[in-house]
Design a protein around this ligand. Structure first.
Ligand SMILES: *Cc1c(COP(=O)(O)O)cnc(C)c1O
Length: 375
């Protein structure tokens, strides 16, 4: 047992408080607290610049952004999605009265397996909702090809994928819409927040109305919109946070590299292979605890906890195992063997910009010691 400090799987990057004060003073002075104020506008522009996209609508959080993205494209009926994600992915479907249809993941990428999508399409299918899990890109070409053939929309849950790029730029360009989360636990955060990346001004206009109750002007409401607006405080914090993003990503990359090097020869621990991305964001560091490791994943998880190291089992349980989903025919474990295996083996290790070298070493040492203890 160690008396060293607790280590969490992630910690939000917080710029010095003093740097935030001028933003607050500006808000107090203008008395504009929300409703698309100056910081909201500036952050939308700054994020478009950073991501290299043309149109983006800020939201109060990623979940409301997902719910609204489905509304914006008027999706109903059935939507094909992955069981291996954070529960909000599928919840956004239920909030729209849509039936989720779970399709298994690729055992290597852990993303929705395009080869299994077509068998799940029915006359009710209107869209595909894949997730770029851990910020590793989905096979966007294969998914788009299927969508084109069957006339389906594609909405990417890109909550993990801020800053991730393929050969041609941000992976949020793909599909009909991509949804980002700026929750405190994400690579870029606004305390709570999110965004929809949209392909054209017309779509952004529709989304901007939907996130503001459906208002077009003071007296005209054109849709049953929701309140999904990001406040000025959150937007201001996002602007400040953007200043340190490049450094934060570099630090994450260095931590990931150290894990890869130091865990390479640990029997039974397999680091999740790097994805197809040209620019990664190292949002997570998942390892697979395989049968030849002396401890089970859950025993290792508990062992870490005893040493004050709080890893997370992302993603366990599978979404399809939660009570509101498990009755669906597509939720059967026989139908989702790769997702079931991943959920039983995965453990996400601590990774965040302020993780100290000696703290990371504690994590590595514990993995190595446990591997020797019973060898
Ligand atoms: C974080 C997350 C969400 C939800 O975003 P919030 O901003 O927390 O509402 C949705 N999907 C995935 C995959 C996430 O990781």
């Amino acid at each position: 047992m160690t008396s060293a400090s607790e280590i969490y799987v992630t910690q939000p990057a917080l710029p010095p408080l003093a740097e935030f004060i001028p933003y607050l003073e500006q808000i107090w002075e203008s008395k504009v607290l929300t409703n698309g104020g100056p910081f909201h506008q500036q952050l939308e522009q700054a994020l478009c610049d950073r991501l290299g996209v043309e149109h983006l609508a800020l939201f109060t959080n990623g979940t409301i952004a997902l719910v609204t993205a489905l509304q914006a494209l008027r999706i109903s009926g059935e939507v094909i999605t992955t069981p291996y994600s954070f529960v909000a992915t599928a919840h956004s479907l239920l909030w729209n009265g849509i039936r989720p249809v779970f399709v298994d993941i690729d055992p290597d990428t852990l993303n929705l397996d395009p080869a299994q999508i077509e068998a799940a399409i029915t006359p009710q299918t209107m869209a595909i909702l894949p997730v770029h899990v851990y910020g590793h890109p989905c096979n966007v070409e294969a998914i788009q090809q299927i969508a084109d053939i069957h006339n389906l929309k594609v909405i990417y849950d890109a909550a993990h994928a801020f800053g991730v790029e393929d050969q041609d730029g941000s992976i949020t360009r793909h599909g009909d819409l991509s949804v980002l989360s700026f929750h405190a636990t994400k690579v870029f955060n606004t305390f709570e927040g999110g965004a929809i990346v949209c392909p054209d001004a017309k779509t952004k206009l529709r989304i901007d109305r939907l996130k503001n109750f459906g208002f077009v002007d003071e007296v005209t409401v054109v849709a049953p919109g929701i309140n999904g607006k990001m406040s000025e405080i959150n937007a201001a914090f996002g602007l400040l946070q953007l200043n340190s993003l490049t450094d934060a990503l570099a630090r994450r990359a260095a931590i990931a590299q150290t894990y890869r090097e130091q865990l390479r020869d640990v029997q039974g621990i397999r680091c999740h292979a790097r994805g197809s991305q040209r620019v990664a964001n190292d949002a997570y560091f998942p390892i697979m605890v395989e049968p030849n490791y002396p401890l089970t994943r859950d025993a290792l998880y508990t062992q870490f906890k005893r040493h004050g190291i709080h890893c997370r089992r992302y993603f366990y349980p599978l979404i399809s195992d939660f009570p509101m989903y498990r009755g669906l025919p597509s939720a059967s474990h026989d139908h989702l063997p790769n997702a079931v295996r991943a959920a039983s083996q995965v453990l996400c290790l601590p990774i965040y910009p302020t993780l100290q070298t000696d703290e990371q070493q504690r994590v590595i040492d514990l993995l190595r010691d446990a591997s020797h203890a019973h060898a």
